[in-house]
Write a new protein. Sequence first.
Length: 241
Amino acid sequence: MVKILFSNVFRKSIMVSAVLVAMVSAASAQSLSERVSDKAGRKVRFGFKIDPGASFLSPQDAGVSRNSGRFYFSYGVLADLFIDDQERYAFSTGLQITHLGSVMQYDAGKGLSEFRDNSAEYDIRLQYIEVPLTLKLKTATAKGFDFYGQFGGFVGVPIRARANVISNMTRFDKQNVLRETQPFTAGMLLGAGMEYPITETLTGVVGFNYQNNFVDVTRNGKWNDGRITGNHFILRLGVYF
């Protein structure tokens, strides 16, 4: 009972801490953006974003299939480093926490060693720290609404990996599969959207991103599942300071 209570309190504390960190990060980003912009002649700007979307892990070999995707969610700090005086071209990067996954079906002989005797369903949930590395190109309009496109890639490392497994009519919840996950990820990032003025110092952004993982998500030696990649369709909602 004490263990369950401690676990609940711990989870709630983590959630509250995450919200506080996000608020502090946004405030710090605004202050830092103002200071850096003043010194650099508005060559750098910072922001904060949340990205809901849909995540689909894609098996490439026989014996593994996807039953369904999962909700994608990412949040973090944005940074644009302008490379021209008109602020139409920028190196766009940042730091984000990303949640993704899918529900996968593995035939007998596939998947983790302890579940290979029978076919099994894996509800895989992954969490990454990621850094986008893209080039952003913007247009200008008379009313201050700017349209942009960006392309490049991203790199990241997993920080949490869980799987709920159903095998032989038995459910095994919250299996820790972090060690069975590739320790590094990278992929392509494409995006497009619109920036619009909110106040004299705030600029909103709405867009759509597509991310594709190049690196195998799982360790084939642990899962015997060939190659698993990821495709993510993302709504960008953010603000620049």
